[in-house]
Write a protein that binds this ligand. Sequence first.
Ligand code: TXA
Ligand code: MG
Length: 305
Amino acid sequence: MAAAIIQADGIVAFPTETVYGLGANARSPRAVAKIYEAKGRPTFNPLIAHVSGIEEAFQYGEFSNQARWIAERFWPGPLTLIVPAREGICELARAGLDSVGLRVPASATARALIKASGCPLAAPSANRSGHVSPVTAAHVLADLDGRIDMVLEGGASTVGVESTILSMLETVPRLLRAGGTTLEALEAQLGVRIATGPHAGESIIAPGQLTSHYAPQASIRLDATALERDEIGLDFAGQLAKSAKMGHRIMDLSPQGDLTEAAANLFSYLRALDEAKRQIAVAPIPHYGLGAAINDRLHRAAAKR
Ligand code: TXA
Ligand code: MG
């Protein structure tokens, strides 16, 4: 059913281990255009092309030895590699760039859908533009019901933050977005330090790199060490709980201080707290490992709109 919709140029939301994606045939501009329309993306930004295996990725992008090395070690998984484009992924999906973002998701459901469809799937996160990314099928429907052809149910995403985006376009790999694969793990395999920030002389094209992305309605106060009167708390390892008063509501991303658990809970908890329509105080989160991706999303959520 889902594959038949993709083959007919429809759009299907599907689970991945990071967040739910909104997928369409990456070869078909007509299908890809529907993604932008459903999300209400103001401009055409490049989409990640999801493929079912490494060989398929090699078909659509040019992989240096270094890019191959990383692909073989981290795929399937929460990592997107930007490489020079070969034929196949349509220009609209690449937003006219001569590079392409490729990812082999770890989710078996996602890979089964790609295989059954017989084409790569261009897919951004399955939320309205600027909203918090969905980690359940219910989140997808809350944002996009009536605007998409189908959502494939696959339970809650296990990683909970989007893929790490690593550009392999220069000699030194460059981190374009922190995400589900840690910088530490990548550097350990590469044996070199990874550069950060946008490419030299390039204005930022990645929407995931715009501030005020992943934005809840409520305002957010970061690095809070205690709750103020009318706030609700997004805690980590019980830091805010210590000073909480009666009537304060707190959700703890990980009472044990486990960053993997915190990443998995992040977007669900932000959505839940947002419903209270009060300022959200967020406890400090350590900056190593998955903490880098968590802090990145929290800073964007807190950015003034
Ligand atoms: O985990 C994820 O990455 C999820 C799931 C569905 O795979 N997808 C996702 O897609 O987060 P999206 O569209 O929200 O973010 C994709 C990012 C954007 O910031 C986009 O600009 C960047 O990837 N991107 C894609 N192709 C690129 C390219 N050729 N050069 C630079 N950035 C690129
Ligand atoms: Mg997104």
